[in-house]
Each structure stands twice: as structure tokens, then as C-alpha cells.
Write a protein that binds this ligand. Structure first.
Ligand code: SF4
Ligand code: SF4
Length: 373
């Protein structure tokens, strides 16, 4: 395993970490949590020492499963992170935001993980600077208090902001590190953010390195990543992220032991380079990857009930293949949604304000509505 220093600390992290949002759904539904706990144990065996979890993941069982595994290990041999925000706190407090409600959420995470402290506690999922400011103002003092009591070691944030906005959060000087969605599709949105974090001595953990599965699902489009390697497209996309000098840990969401083997292979003999050099090495002409929906689902609050990620996923097919018909085929054949529903969009643009890729959703829906006529 290849290890990196977390920012300007002495902590050494494995270049790939375990993202614990992909434990086997079938096993969880069957109540077989111990079987899922074999995944983090196997990851640890393979040298992975960073485990990222959160409330709500995996039918809200991720923390418990991860705790079943980590409680079998020596506490100084791994790092674990969890997360909180207004939604997570309100879920346990009947809608209240207060010191007690914050503590209830944190103590629940600790109990589920069977731990006395978290190495990292995230101000979770900052989608806009406004949301960041509001939540930070309400919660940051509770984070500090928990840190001074030893319940958390490091205060960090996770965000889907663009690079410049990320830079603003970094400039606040409140955080030891961050968790950011970054991959070969969206690097242009976020590159300046990870560079700034590195410059400030912060740790950078990357989520969504495979863009929600979109990269391995389109091996031909992304085959350029594998040139000169013995890696498959998924491994090469993970390596793309991990080879950034600015990135400490690239999270791999693993359901099976084979997924872990894949992730471990992706960073074997890793060569670290500054972001600009990595990108220059991989940069290709043609398709603008930034135009693709990553399927993150943050736009899912349409007043007309339009299932936006499914429509935008279908639109991806056109961007990837150049054929408009692919949109309709995907909608009808894969998602089983009538394309005509796109016409119900009233262009309120609520979804666009939430979109982590800043896509012109209303415009695309209008285009789809036109194709469906
Ligand atoms: S712009 Fe259209 S798709 Fe987006 S939230 Fe408004 S009605 Fe829904
Ligand atoms: S449209 Fe934007 S917010 Fe919605 S799933 Fe796609 S990338 Fe995510």
C-alpha cells in the first residue's frame, strides 16, 4: 500500500480509503451485518487505514457495520471519519438544532462505531456558500467543544462546491482538511480548491472518483486513462485521482473483496505529481467532461416531481455517444420513464442551484421534451 501524509500533520494515510456507503444491500436487508463487516476488515488487511462513514449510508447501517469491524482493531492503527449537518441532527432531535441535539448525533455515531473518539468529523455536504455560512455559524462552536473534550480529533468539511467557493471555505482557517468530489469528469470545477488546500497544509480526501459508476460504464470513452498501464478503466480513474500530490486519500466504495483488490492495485507503485502535471498528462481533446451528470442526486427536490438524475443520466448518453436517440432509449428502456414528463418542467431552476455539476437542467429538459414530441 502507498501511504501519504495528511496535510501538515504527522498522520499517514493509505492512498485509497474505504468509502463505506456501498456495503451489500441484500446482506443488510437480511440483517447479515457481520458479513458486511468483513469488507472493512479485509481492507485493513490490505493496508487501508482510512474509513469514511456517515449517518444514513446503507439503510443507516454503515456506522454500525464499520464499528463491528473497527472494534476488532487496535485504535491507533486506523483513522475513521463521520459527518453531521442540520439534516443529520434534525433526524434525531425532532427538527431541533441545539448543542444537545448536536451531541446526540455525535454520541450516536460514536456508539454505533464503538469508539471513544472520531479522528475526523465533517461539517457535511456543503452545497453552497450560504449553506456553509448558516451551518457553520450554528454548529462550529459545538464542533470545537467536542474537539476540546477529545470526542473528535479534527474538524473537517465535505462539499460539492466549485473550486473558487472551496477556496473561500479554506480561507476561513477553520478546518484541518476536506472531503470533495473529484474525478476525471469534474476536475476543472474543483482543481483550484484542492491546490489551495494543499498549499494551506490541509488534508484532502476525495469521494466519487468514478463519478457514480459513469466512468467504468463507458470504458471506450475513458480508455485513454489506461494507456501504458495494466489497469482497467475503474482502476485507472482511481489512480488518476490518487496520483495528485494534493490528494491524500481517494475513497473507493467497495461491496466485495474483489473491489478492494481492485482499489489496492490502482495505487500500486503510485507516482505523485502536482495536479497540473497529472492533468496535463491525461488531458484529452473533444468531449467536455464537465457537462456530464455524475448522478449524485443533490438536485432531487423538484416541485413537479421530475426525477432529474434519471433524465440527466439519459442526457449523458447523448454527450457520450453524440446521438440524441440515446436519450430516449435510455429513458424508456433503462429508467422506464416517459420522456414527455420533461415538458412538465416549469424552469424554476431550483435544481440548478443545487446541482453539484452546475448543469443547465431546465434547458436540457426542454430539449428532451422537444425530442419526445
Ligand atoms: S427547473 Fe424544472 S426540473 Fe428543475 S426543479 Fe424546477 S421544475 Fe424541476
Ligand atoms: S443533475 Fe446535477 S445534482 Fe442532479 S444528479 Fe446530476 S450532477 Fe447531481
Amino acid at each position: 500500500m502507498y501511504y501519504k501524509k495528511y496535510g501538515n500533520t504527522e498522520m499517514k494515510m493509505s492512498a485509497v480509503g474505504l468509502g463505506t456507503m456501498r456495503y451489500d444491500d441484500g446482506l443488510i436487508s437480511a440483517g447479515k451485518l457481520e458479513a458486511c463487516a468483513e469488507i472493512p476488515l479485509y481492507a485493513f488487511e490490505k493496508g487501508i487505514n482510512y474509513f469514511d462513514t456517515a449517518p444514513f449510508y446503507c439503510q443507516d447501517k454503515s456506522e454500525e457495520i464499520t464499528g463491528m469491524a473497527l472494534s476488532q482493531l487496535k485504535r491507533d492503527q486506523f483513522y475513521v471519519s463521520s459527518k453531521t449537518n442540520f439534516n443529520a441532527i434534525k433526524a434525531l432531535s425532532g427538527g431541533e438544532i441545539s448543542r444537545d441535539a448536536f451531541r446526540r448525533r455525535l454520541e450516536t455515531s460514536l456508539a454505533r462505531l464503538k469508539l471513544d473518539y472520531l479522528d475526523f468529523y465533517h461539517l457535511w455536504c456543503v452545497l453552497s456558500l450560504d449553506a456553509y455560512e448558516t451551518q457553520c455559524e450554528a454548529l462550529y462552536r459545538f464542533f470545537e467543544e467536542a474537539r476540546s473534550e477529545g470526542l473528535i480529533r479534527n474538524i473537517v468539511f465535505s462539499a460539492h462546491l466549485q473550486g473558487r467557493d472551496v477556496e473561500e471555505v479554506i480561507a476561513s482557517g477553520k478546518f484541518k482538511g476536506m472531503l470533495l468530489g473529484y474525478n476525471v469528469l469534474n476536475y476543472r470545477f474543483r482543481q483550484s480548491g484542492i491546490e489551495k488546500a494543499y498549499e494551506k497544509g490541509m488534508g484532502v480526501v476525495v469521494m466519487n472518483p468514478l463519478s457514480g459508476g459513469l466512468i467504468p460504464q463507458n470504458p471506450e470513452t475513458f480508455s485513454f486513462l489506461t494507456e501504458g498501464t495494466d489497469l482497467n478503466v475503474a482502476q485507472a480513474a482511481l489512480r488518476f485521482v490518487a496520483s495528485h500530490r494534493e490528494v491524500t486519500v481517494a475513497l473507493a466504495g467497495c461491496t466485495t473483496k474483489e473491489h478492494i483488490d481492485d482499489a489496492v492495485k490502482a495505487v500500486k507503485g503510485l507516482e505523485e505529481l502536482p495536479a497540473r502535471e497529472v492533468i496535463a498528462k491525461y488531458e484529452t481533446q473533444g468531449l467536455s467532461f464537465n457537462d456530464l451528470c455524475t448522478g449524485c442526486g443533490y438536485c432531487n427536490s423538484c416541485p413537479k416531481g421530475i426525477e432529474i438524475p434519471k433524465f440527466m443520466d439519459s442526457y449523458n448518453q447523448k454527450l457520450l455517444t453524440g446521438r440524441e436517440q440515446e436519450i430516449l432509449d435510455r429513458l424508456g428502456g433503462h429508467w422506464v420513464i416517459p420522456a414527455e414528463r420533461a415538458a412538465e418542467c416549469i424552469a424554476c431552476r431550483k435544481c440548478e442551484q443545487l446541482c453539484t455539476q452546475h448543469l443547465p437542467i431546465a434547458e436540457r429538459l426542454q430539449e428532451i421534451a422537444g425530442l419526445a414530441k
